[in-house]
Structure formats: C-alpha cells, structure tokens
Design a protein around this ligand. Structure first.
Ligand code: SAH
Length: 286
C-alpha cells in the first residue's frame, strides 16, 4: 500500500496536521498568507462522510478532534465556495454544475504538498508531466455538455484523460454513468486510489487509449476530452448518441475549445469556442 492510499480512509486533517509530542494536532500561527492555506489543508469532508470521521465523534475521548474537524471543514467549505463564486463570475451559470464543484473536495486529488493551492483557479501538476485541470475549465466543459436538448440530463458520459480523477468525481454528480479512460497506468491507479474513499458508485475507470473510446459501452450522450489532439478522433464521434455533445480542446501550440454536436447518423456540427491550454492527447498507453 502506498502512502497515498493509506491516507485516504483518514480525515485529511489527520494527515496534514503536525503532531506535537503530546500527540495533539498543532497548528502554526495563522498569518494572512497562511490563512487560506490552512483552511484548505484542514478540510476533510468527502462526498460521502468517511467511517473514520463518524467513528471519531462516537467517542468522547475524540470529541475535541471531531469538533476541530467540523470547524475546519466549515472553513474549507468557505474556501471552496470562493472558488465556485469565481467560476460563476467567469461565466458558468449552471447551478447544478456549481453545486457539484462545491461538493467535490479538490484538495484530496492533489499531493498533500499542493493541497494549499487546491482551491486556486489553476491547473496543478499531478506527476508524469500531467495536470489536474483548472476548476473553471472543468465546470465550463461540463456545463457545455449539460446544455443539451434533454434539459441537462446526462445518462452516459465518457471522459478521455482521467488524470487524478477529479473531473470524473464532478461528473459523477451530474451524470447517471461516468466512464473515464487514462493512458498512463500510474495515473489510472492514482485516480482509483483517490476515488475509492469517496465511494462513488457510478464511475468506471478504464486503463487504455482513450482515442479509441469505449465501443463496448457506447453510445455516450456526453464526451469530454481532457487532453488536446490535432483533431477529435473519428472513433469518439462515432460513439456519440444522436443529440449527444462532445467538448474537446483541439490544437497543439494554439488550442481552442471545440463543441461538437451529433445531429444525425452521419452529421455533426462543430462550434469553436475560446482559446485554451491542455496537455497533449497521445496515442497508445504508458
Ligand atoms: N481529467 C483530469 C485532467 C487530467 S490531464 C482532471 O480531472 O483534472 C489529461 C490526462 O489525459 C492526462 O492524465 C493524460 O495522461 C491523459 N491522456 C492523454 N492522452 C490520452 C489518451 N489517448 N487516452 C487516455 N488518456 C489520455
């Protein structure tokens, strides 16, 4: 078991807090510079409450710790809320998407050393030269998928490029079934470890080349690419439902976000949206 997988059944606070010699959690003196960081570090509220947190409150011996967890998750909820407010300000209006962004603990998807930056609206490294996407772009792409003829209902969604699993977790709150493919084995495993403690029943992770899609479970009414190719692979276009939507960054040095809608068996329409910056879509596995 890796350090990371050991970490996840525990409240984040029990990992990031430094223990003093008497075993109690200590906190460095808060300054304006560290306040946001501490708030982000202290939160430990997964989508589903963990057994560890519930167990802690059952014993009076742990009561102070349980109260500290409760208080700190309120602080962290506020930090995440600020991130969501910024996403709304940048133009995402879909209340369900904003609620999903507010519910997923992004700090659990980055290395503990980066947890203080988890609620900044920026992409962050996740190893293997890949990144967790910027929160705004995650919300924006999902909102584009939901802006469909079905009033936002998404039955089966495919994500290409699981990375650390963050966007899949957000999607799981907005789609009935989420399939996500990652081509780098170590990241596929990382995503599994990150998602396991959140006990999300409707995500299926797949190790493989996402450029091929998942013909065995297609068609999808939503497809999101989290990596930029020179064009959208035909296999993915073929795996869309009629009426389905696909959002993808396209390009190399200069990339644009593309929204593709399937309007008939052999007909797709494409809309070019704003410039964007993603890691490259690569063929094969690693
Ligand atoms: N979805 C992530 C973003 C991950 S970055 C998030 O929640 O933030 C994009 C990922 O796409 C990288 O992990 C990269 O390895 C992966 N990727 C690139 N080409 C791919 C392909 N052909 N199939 C599957 N994954 C791919």
């Amino acid at each position: 078991m890796t350090d990371k997988s050991k970490r996840f059944p525990l409240p984040l606070s029990s990992v990031v807090d430094k223990k003093s010699s008497n075993g109690r959690a200590t906190r460095s003196v808060a300054t304006p510079q560290t306040a946001t960081r501490n708030a982000a570090l202290e939160n430990s509220r997964p989508i589903t409450p963990s057994k560890t947190t519930a167990g802690a409150s059952a014993s009076s011996h742990f009561e102070p710790a349980a109260k500290a967890v409760e208080r700190s998750s309120m602080i962290s909820d506020a930090v995440r809320k600020a991130m969501v407010d910024r996403i709304a300000m940048l133009g995402v209006r879909d209340a369900k998407v904003l609620a999903a962004m507010a519910a997923v603990p992004r700090h659990l998807f980055v290395e503990p050393a980066l947890a203080s930056q988890a609620y900044i609206d920026a992409a962050l490294p996740i190893g293997h030269h890949q990144t967790i996407s910027q929160p705004f772009i995650v919300a924006h792409m999902i909102a584009l998928l939901r802006d469909n003829q079905q009033g936002g209902v998404l039955n089966r969604v495919l994500e290409i490029g699981t990375g650390c699993g963050y966007q899949a977790a957000v999607l799981s709150l907005l789609a009935k079934e989420v399939y996500s493919i990652e081509r780098i084995k170590a990241l596929h495993e990382l995503a599994k470890n990150n998602l396991r403690p959140l006990r999300i029943a409707n995500i299926r992770l797949q190790y493989g080349d996402g450029m091929l899609g998942l013909p065995q479970v297609a068609p999808f009414d939503g497809i999101i690419l989290a990596a930029a190719g020179l064009e959208v692979p035909q296999a993915l276009l073929d795996q869309m439902t009629i009426g389905g939507r696909l959002v993808a960054p396209v390009g190399s040095h200069h990339q644009v976000l593309q929204l593709i809608q399937r309007v008939g068996e052999f007909d797709w329409t494409s809309t070019t949206l704003e410039d964007c910056r993603f890691v490259p879509l690569r063929a094969g596995t690693a």
